[in-house]
Design a protein around this ligand. Structure first.
Ligand SMILES: Nc1ncnc2c1ncn2[C@@H]1O[C@H](COP(=O)(O)OP(=O)(O)OP(=O)(O)O)[C@@H](O)[C@H]1O
Length: 298
């Protein structure tokens, strides 16, 4: 059985009069990549701040590596938290940031960090205050990856990063994780980009934990059916449609799978193409405006 790395029980955070996190409980297993998803203001950063001991909960319990994390050095030096707008002392050069990180994180891999610096094309001698926004994000990503911290948390670490650099991050994370498994939490709004990375997903909605599921189980909740629009309409009649994409006489529709029904077999028998649903579509459906409430523009 997998070891539990984080155990959160009935966690609540109230900022003055705003309840940002509402009575959330979950656990994280060793050596898994988790996605923390949610719309703006859902409470993701607040949860990650509490997990990494940067913020006290209003109520509830958090155990990390079996202990309370607060001011607990033996726990904290096994956690690496990379924030969206990670700040570094203004007089630091890139090399200084990496030097400090190498001292803070016991599992730091110097050679890996150097490879990443080359891959992201980062100027080691440049002051962090002179870096572009994307370069600054790359510094955080390098620290997060090369730290090899047993609990690594990336909170939207890609601000300003171009698509090529983001892909580099995902590729490096996956390759290094397969050689050196650890527990990773990734919070992002670019859900389709990280689809393949995630094993388990938490969806936070207005401070509540709405979904706590393995990605495969979650994906199994819906199917995308494509084919001639008349056939698709026949198939989807009476079903819960969460997305529709017309394309001339063709159409793709995404439906929620009803338990006990074999929608996949039924669609295949009707000659329709069946493809797995994208995580992003499901996310939009679960946390957004239902399709029947959206106005279709003609
Ligand atoms: N220090 C604070 N004081 C008061 N309210 C706060 C504070 N920090 C966050 N909030 C509020 O708590 C809620 C959750 O914020 P949080 O930053 O955790 O959301 P998030 O899911 O990370 O959002 P995003 O995806 O936009 O980064 C928001 O309504 C936010 O305005």
């Amino acid at each position: 059985m997998s070891k539990t790395v984080v155990e959160v029980k009935q966690l609540t955070k109230v900022y003055k009069d705003h309840e940002a996190v509402k009575n959330i409980s979950f656990s994280l297993e060793e050596n898994k990549i988790y996605g923390m998803l949610g719309r703006n203001g859902a409470g993701k950063t607040t949860i990650m701040h509490m997990l990494t001991s940067q913020l006290f909960p209003t109520s509830g319990d958090i155990e990390v590596f079996g202990e309370e994390p607060y001011e607990n050095y033996s726990v904290l030096n096994r956690i690496c938290f990379i924030k969206e707008s990670q700040k570094y002392p203004q007089n630091f050069r890139v090399a200084d940031v990496l030097e400090i990180a190498s001292k803070v994180y016991p599992m730091w891999d110097e050679a890996f960090a150097s490879r990443l610096v080359k891959a992201f094309d980062l100027p080691l001698k440049r002051h962090v205050k002179k870096l572009s926004r994307g370069m600054l994000s790359a510094v955080g990503i390098i620290v997060g990856l090369a730290s090899r911290a047993p609990l690594t948390v990336f909170d939207e670490p890609y601000l300003g990063l171009d698509a090529v650099s983001r892909q580099l991050f995902y590729d490096q994370l996956l390759a290094d994780y397969s050689e050196h498994p650890r527990t990773v939490i990734l919070s992002t709004h670019l859900i389709d980009e990280i689809n393949e990375l995630l094993e388990h997903v938490f969806i936070i909605n207005k401070g509540e934990l709405m979904i706590n599921e393995d990605v495969e189980t979650l994906r199994g909740r819906a199917l995308t059916i494509s084919g001639h629009k008349d056939q698709v309409a026949k198939f989807t009649a009476g079903k819960k449609v969460i997305a529709e994409v017309p394309f001339g006489v063709f159409q793709s529709s995404t439906i929620l799978v009803e338990s006990g029904k074999n929608d996949k077999a039924e669609a295949t028998e009707m000659g329709l193409e069946v493809t797995p649903v994208s995580l992003q579509q499901l996310f939009v459906h679960l946390t957004g405006v239902p399709i029947e409430q959206t106005e279709v523009q003609s």
